[in-house]
Ligand binder design. Structure first.
Ligand code: 13P
Length: 287
């Protein structure tokens, strides 16, 4: 059975580690993430953006894929299927489609509108036992073609959004999606500390790709309990697939069989996810 993300994140928050959030794109990705979580004995959050869900055939397809693979693979650790950076309409649709957790990203709306819409999503989600992530302060970079500059979330706004009943909060602290530029200033720990003290709830760090380990660990010590990683998995998948083809393996025997062709990439995603779980300190947390 899939679960919501509240309990696993509350546990992480209380015990000083973070749960990994990994975006899925297809069957192989989903399998890799589930098998990594089972191998590392940790809860995990599998998410789809709205764009990835559209690519995969809609929210129901994604929810059923994760649920059915979870059952077929005999996964015993807690798994949540989460909507990443949801719109108002998208979050509502996922609440109906079988997701166990949704993010409503109203960070681009004026704060009053963000608060109002977040409250409504919380009401609809909580009625069904679904957890909710809210966001204040845009995360920079590009997500599904929507670009925003990295921001530092306003502490009062964080407090007001937390009071809407969300279960965990994504707040901009200088993090951005995708590969960090060479002149990136790093995470703003002063702001993270202020936000953490003000809201006292699990915080979410988006843009996990390429943040140095020591900054990740410091962020966890200051209340970050969920870390989102996407781009790094895509790069690992592409690299392993490229090597397979460059070595001519697709032209040997039945190496062109998609089950063979996609295997090195899938294994690379699983290995990376396991590595991240070790670094986030969540391994063996679901024993
Ligand atoms: P990266 O693609 O930078 O790892 O960010 C992932 C993310 O934050 C998804 O919400």
């Amino acid at each position: 059975m899939l679960v919501n993300a509240k309990e696993m994140l509350d546990l992480a928050y209380e015990n000083g580690y973070a749960i990994g959030h990994f975006n899925t794109n297809n069957l192989e990705w989903t399998k890799a993430i589930l098998l990594a979580a089972e191998a590392k004995k940790t809860a995990v959050i599998i998410s789809s953006s709205e764009g990835a869900a559209k690519y995969m055939g809609g929210f129901k397809t994604v929810a059923n894929l994760v649920k059915n693979l979870h059952d077929a693979l005999g996964i015993t650790v807690p798994v949540a299927i989460h909507l990443d950076h949801g719109t108002y309409e998208g979050a509502k649709a996922c609440i109906e489609a079988g997701y166990t957790s949704v993010m409503f990203d109203g960070s681009h709306f004026p704060i009053e509108e963000n608060l109002e819409k977040t409250k409504e999503i919380v009401r609809l989600a909580h009625e069904k036992g679904i957890s909710v992530e809210g966001e204040v302060g845009g995360i920079g970079g590009e997500e599904d073609g929507v670009a925003s500059a990295g921001e530092l979330a306003d502490v009062e706004e964080c407090k007001n959004l937390a009071a809407c009943g969300i279960d965990f909060l994504a707040a901009g602290i200088g993090n951005i999606h995708g590969v960090y530029p060479a002149d990136w200033q790093g995470l703003n720990f002063d702001r993270l500390k202020e936000i953490s003290e003000a809201v006292k709830m699990p915080l979410v760090l988006h843009g996990g790709t390429g943040i140095p380990d020591d900054q990740i660990k410091k962020a966890i010590s200051l209340g970050v309990s969920k870390i989102n990683v996407n781009t790094e998995c895509q790069i690992a998948f592409a690299k392993a697939t490229r090597e397979y083809i460059e070595e001519g393996k697709d032209q040997q025997g039945k190496g062109f069989d998609p089950r063979k062709l996609l295997l090195p990439g899938t294994n690379a995603v699983q290995a990376l996810v396991e590595e991240k779980m070790d670094m986030f300190g969540c391994e063996n947390s679901a024993k």
